[in-house]
Design a protein. Sequence first.
Lengths: 221, 194, 225
Amino acid sequence: MAASSLIPGQKQLSNVEELLEGIWKQNPVFVMVLGMCPVLAVSVSAVNALSMGLATTFVLVASTFLVSLMRNIIPKEVRIATYILIIATFVTVVDYLIQAISLAVYDALGAFIQLIVVNCIILGRAEAHASKNPPLKSVLNALGMGAGFTIGLFALGSVREILGAGKLFGIALFGPEFQPWVVMVLPPGGFFVLGAWLLLFNWLDSRKAKPAAMQAAEVRT
Amino acid sequence: MTETLSQIFIGTLLANNFVLAMFLGLCPFLGVSARLNTALPMGAATTFVMLVASLCAFGLNWLVSEFELEFLRLISYIVIIASAVQLVEMVLKKYSPALFRALGIYLPLITTNCAVLGVALFQTAREYSFTQALTFATAAGLGFTLALLLMAGLRERLRLATVPNVVQGTALSLMLAGLLSLAFMGFAGLGAGE
Amino acid sequence: MSDTAIQPATPSAAMIRTLGIVATVCGMLIVTAYQGTLEPVAANKKLALERAVFKVIPGASSVKEFVAGSGGIEPAGAVLPEGAVKFYAAYDQAGALQGIAAEGAAKGYADTVRVLYAYDPAKQVITGFGLVSMRETPSIGDKIITDAAFLKNFAALDVTLAADMKSLAHAIKVVKHGSKQNAWEIDAIAGATVTSKAVGKGINDSAQKLLPLLAPHLDMLQGGK
């Protein structure tokens, strides 16, 4: 464990662990609560949520790859400026790519594609991880984070679409008598559903912690 | 399509509030709104950066269109915003070090505030004129500050209430934000019509 | 933060070199993406436009873009001349003019409501409209595309020009649900008045500008020119 890029006290993760970290333990949406703006705005339907997740993952992976490649020649004084430049480049690229692939998705996501550039996750990963790790590890970590972000988006988007429009991926799930909870596809619904998911995660976490805490208490007494 | 200045102002301040209706600027909204006395300076600093960003975006957009360099638009916007934030940081550090320390890490984070870039991007997309853009940016900043203040006031009160453990933290803030957003929906349609 | 004391500050040359390399790499990436996607994007946009126009003008098989200005009608270029209005002329297989389509927009409940309406120059009526974009309240504002009674308003919406050919004889008006008296009025959807008014206003504003400019030069469009 003599890697020179190791910060004292931080354990070195294996490649698989890097990949999985972003999906559960450090899920950007449910645990770190980062990059919220596109999460709430775009997650009105499952398709939009997935597209946004994929676009963000693309930018995340490409940026961290480039940053990691150049990590030894980026002077610390200009590092944030460089990261932003690299991220903005890939966001511009993905903006054109989406237009070329599907105008419908492009119209649905709107300005939030370009807003990926200020998504705190990407800058945060570049600063905390890509600047200190070799390309392979950075890409794996980025993939994991992107996957976690997409999962979070999808969880939000599908619930909102099911409750708010009675559909999933545009396919009607309930009969015509179903009265959709329109508030779910409106802004307040976004806040409520995300809050509910976080509540669920907190509850699951507290249940895991309870037996551990009881064990610790027993050991002490 | 012509919107009057007052329609833009009221619409952006209330009906299409940047935080509660358009979901922009959520990171500082959930992060800084814990106390009233940091909420106001944060809102003021963000409003200032929004105004600067709006002015520069207007000029940059004209430049980019003149020379047909549309693909550089996003990069130039974000660079300008980063520079504006740097400027605000230096000014605050010199003239009000206490405020500078109180805002702490959240000041440079204005750069990654989607609301600031959002102002620049939306005014370009809606092809606002110069005065329309300035009105839009002012209303956006004031709306952001308003949401921040409301949230801070509510959260300060909640600290004295008993809240179940599972709900505490961000989950609670989000539920609060949802209620605020629901309330603001009552403003919808304000400014529309003849 | 203690390593700033130990490490010397990076010389400016190194910083400029790095920024230069990064800028070059980024520049190349952007330009490649832009050039590479230029054609597919243009094709997509053309396809989307055709689909929208064919929906409001049935029987059409090709679309041509024009601008109508004070000087006359000319094919649409990259830049819109001052005071000119863009419109689309739809032709059938034989090349005969099937109808004219143009965009109208006005502020609705939440944001701008953009519609594409179809105009029959021979009968001087609007024959229908299609939605381009809107962010109205779902299941309330979006009734403008599903409510059959509302859509019937546009089957033959009177937009005859006034005698002086400078404006519409009667401006398109959106009236309360159930009180439509004349062919140039639109019955608003009950409970979705603001969105209905936006559609009417958008079409009216556009028609008032476009139709007077179009009328003197209509024969230029006939016969698939």
